[in-house]
Design a protein. Structure first.
Length: 109
């Protein structure tokens, strides 16, 4: 998976290993703005262009005492406990008398 169109979830989470910058965006919005065929590396370059640290290019060797931008997609690199767009489990079924009436009905009671 090297293109935006191949990303597996609806929500794209973005984080940095160097600074505390992080966020999330909808996949459809990123595809509309940057193009569905845009590569993940190019997308990360575009996201990190405001970073005070330069982004290390694939053919560039890191220097010992120089900080580089650490932008990455945590859902692709780290083992996520659950997908970022999976709904929570906060819903529960309330047991009671089923009258078949909707909450707005005046005849229910």
């Amino acid at each position: 998976m090297r293109r935006i169109i191949d990303y597996p979830w609806v929500v794209v989470r973005i984080a940095c290993r160097v600074c505390a910058r992080n966020g999330q965006a909808r996949l459809a919005r990123l595809a509309e703005k940057h193009g569905a065929e845009c590569s993940i590396e190019e997308l990360l370059d575009r996201i990190a262009w405001t970073c005070p640290y330069p982004r290390l290019k694939p053919d560039q060797k890191a220097r010992k005492y120089h900080a580089y931008c650490g932008v990455f997609l945590p859902d692709l690199e780290l083992p996520a406990p659950r997908p970022p767009d999976m709904p929570g489990t906060g819903l529960r079924l309330v047991h009671g008398k089923d009258t078949g009436a909707t909450p707005g009905d005046k005849d229910a009671a």
